[in-house]
Design a binder for this molecule. Sequence first.
Ligand code: FPP
Length: 264
Amino acid sequence: MTTPFIVGSNNESFNKALPASLDENRLPKHIAIIMDGNGRWAKIKKLPRAMGHSAGVDALKSTLRLCSDWGIKVLTVYAFSTENWSRPKEEVNFLMKLFESVLKKEIEYLNIEDVRINFLGDLDELPARLQDLINQAINLTRNNTGINFNVCTNYGGRRELVLAAKKLANRVAEGKLDPSLIDENLFEKELLTSNYVDPDLLIRTSGEKRLSNFLLWQLAYAEIHVTDTLWPDFNEESLRNALLDYQSRRRRFGGLDNAVKDQL
Ligand code: FPP
């Protein structure tokens, strides 16, 4: 039996305190995660790949809960890429059904816990029943003020950029926009993430060191934490390690450290 998405089955799981080793003033506002390694996790355990994805949902539930408890404002996860349609039909069907069943089962709890859920991607290519559930979930949680939880579903970074360019080009063609006014600020208003700050931290599990077409614009200055842990094994310690790694970095955004500046 799986526990509800956010609401724990016992009091111990409520509002976990931030570990003392982490500085609450230097937490990332926005964490993005490429949840990789479900298939390998299942293979090691001699289980069908589908079981790896189901275990991945449990890891996601506990990660969302921890991020919410520890004061992270936005969590964005890569659940299904535009390239994932090329997987075997049975696996794609399983994933779509899994998204449906998780949404059906958990949405009420997400709402109780004040989570604001959103889905980023080409949603009109998803099965109609899943689209309905997604719309219900977005509408139900629209006014919540807790953590923003973005699920990238049928998402591709290049596609998102092309769509943004198309929207601006249309406005130019209609005579509503002067092309000389197009700058980074205007461009990012056309992205699916226009309501959120860019991710400060990208976590990728299972040791792969690729972006895989995820949030190509938004990750421009993100710190990247790669762990060999397979996604279903990602737990509180893994998240704490990712945050410790993040807090050990000096973010310079292309500039120089103050210490270096002093030496000049
Ligand atoms: C990557 O592992 C994982 C996915 C493509 C699916 C991720 C989906 C979930 C964890 C479920 C999320 C559910 C909701 C409702 C948001 P992989 O299959 O690529 O693993 P492998 O590289 O080891 O084969």
